[in-house]
Design a protein around this ligand. Structure first.
Ligand code: NAD
Length: 356
């Protein structure tokens, strides 16, 4: 055992051996990349995803096809269904011999949660409760789930830390993520279920979500279409590249703590203004902006303290925002038949692109 401690918690050595991981939401952005990583290292993966139409189901089916083609069907199974379906979820645990849960299925997105909070409560709160109850019943070795930086609300801290009092979510989405943390804490306490919550900070990268700013900005600027900018451009986000998020998630799967939450971010912010100018440079075109007021539910800034994840998980984000966006633009171009700009090609000479 390692002697590294953080606030009295001792860092654990990773558990070894082949795992059978239930990846919920595995047709989505982070889930499909995580499943890919787990399959590559030799674990078995069962994905449950309802393929809802929050964004294109074609993209979600393509994410499943990507993993099936790459890894074949012997260690990878896809089940289409709702995580709230008690019978279906129980059958998966029983028949597939699930040893670990990586729970990423959720209704994501802050702004749409204000228009339709019920659907967020259904998937995020009810769904998480069903999974926790079943995982406790089948005594899985670890339950890792996606929380979100949004639980910090409009925190004024320079770096958002897990030890900050967090009781000020400002959107129904954030409130459901806080509820997931509280439920996981409860199940871990009642049933000795090891649970780890991961507060992801704005994730972007290849096959990224089309409803999120990194994809939207690249798409609009490339096509010379008008794009919406909310606020004066000074708001800032801790953008975290997908491979860093997957690395932190897998580290958490391998280290079953009784109950912990960790920030998974890069640990530095990029303003909206800087962001747009980096995309302009990568794409080689100027943005046509329509500037609108800040939106309800949005927070002015996010920035992760990553000290705890570093000490207890050995996590460290390694991909700079510029390099991450270069890879994102390259992937967008390849999938949409656009040519790479000079900035993308020159960046490549400096940091060769590796397809995952
Ligand atoms: P995503 O929308 O691409 O993936 C979520 C998947 O869950 C989708 O494929 C969806 O069909 C599925 N799903 C939703 N409700 C379901 C249900 N009831 N039953 C079965 N499947 C269901 O989102 P993502 O960006 O990959 O996010 C993954 C997780 O990380 C989510 O929990 C999200 O809240 C969290 N998160 C993401 C970010 C980010 O920047 N992407 C930031 C913070 C937290």
């Amino acid at each position: 055992q390692s002697t590294v401690t953080y606030n009295g918690v001792q860092a654990l050595q990773p558990t070894k051996g082949r795992k059978t991981v239930l990846v919920t939401g595995g047709a989505g952005f982070i889930g499909s990349h995580t499943a890919d990583h787990l399959l590559t290292r030799g674990d078995s993966v069962v994905v449950i995803d309802e393929l809802n139409d929050y964004y294109s189901t074609t993209l979600k089916r393509a994410n499943i096809a990507h993993n099936l083609t790459k890894h074949g069907p012997s260690n990878f199974k896809f089940v289409e269904g709702d995580i709230c379906d008690e019978e279906l979820v129980e059958r998966i645990f029983k028949e597939e011999g699930i040893t670990h849960v990586c729970h990423l299925a959720a209704r994501a997105g802050v702004r749409p949660s204000i228009d339709d909070p019920q659907i967020y409560v259904h998937s995020n709160v009810r769904g998480t409760t069903n999974l926790l109850a079943t995982a406790a019943k089948y005594k899985v070795q670890n339950f890792v789930f996606a929380s979100s930086s949004s639980v910090y609300g409009g925190s004024k801290s320079t770096y958002f830390s897990e030890s900050d009092a967090v009781d000020n979510p400002v959107s129904p989405y954030a409130a459901t993520k806080k509820a997931c943390e509280l439920l996981a804490h409860t199940y871990s306490h009642l049933y000795d279920l090891p649970c780890t919550g991961l507060r992801f900070f704005t994730v972007y990268g290849e096959r990224g979500r089309p409803d999120m700013a990194p994809f939207k900005f690249v798409d609009r600027i490339t096509k010379g279409k008008e794009m919406l900018q909310f606020g004066d451009g000074s708001s800032s986000r801790d953008y975290t590249y997908i491979s860093d998020i997957v690395d932190g998630t897998v580290r958490a799967i391998d280290r079953p703590y009784k109950y912990q939450v960790f920030n998974l971010g890069k640990g530095s912010g990029t303003t909206l203004m800087e962001f747009i100018s980096i995309v302009e440079e990568m794409v080689g075109k100027k943005a046509i902006k329509k500037i609108l007021p800040d939106q309800p539910g949005d927070v002015p800034r996010t920035c992760a303290s990553t000290e705890k994840a570093k000490a207890l998980l050995g996590y460290e984000a390694t991909v700079t925002f510029r390099e991450g966006m270069r890879r994102t633009v390259k992937d967008y171009n390849a999938r949409n038949g656009f040519k790479d700009s000079r900035a993308v090609l020159e960046g490549e000479k400096m940091a060769p692109y590796e397809a995952d």
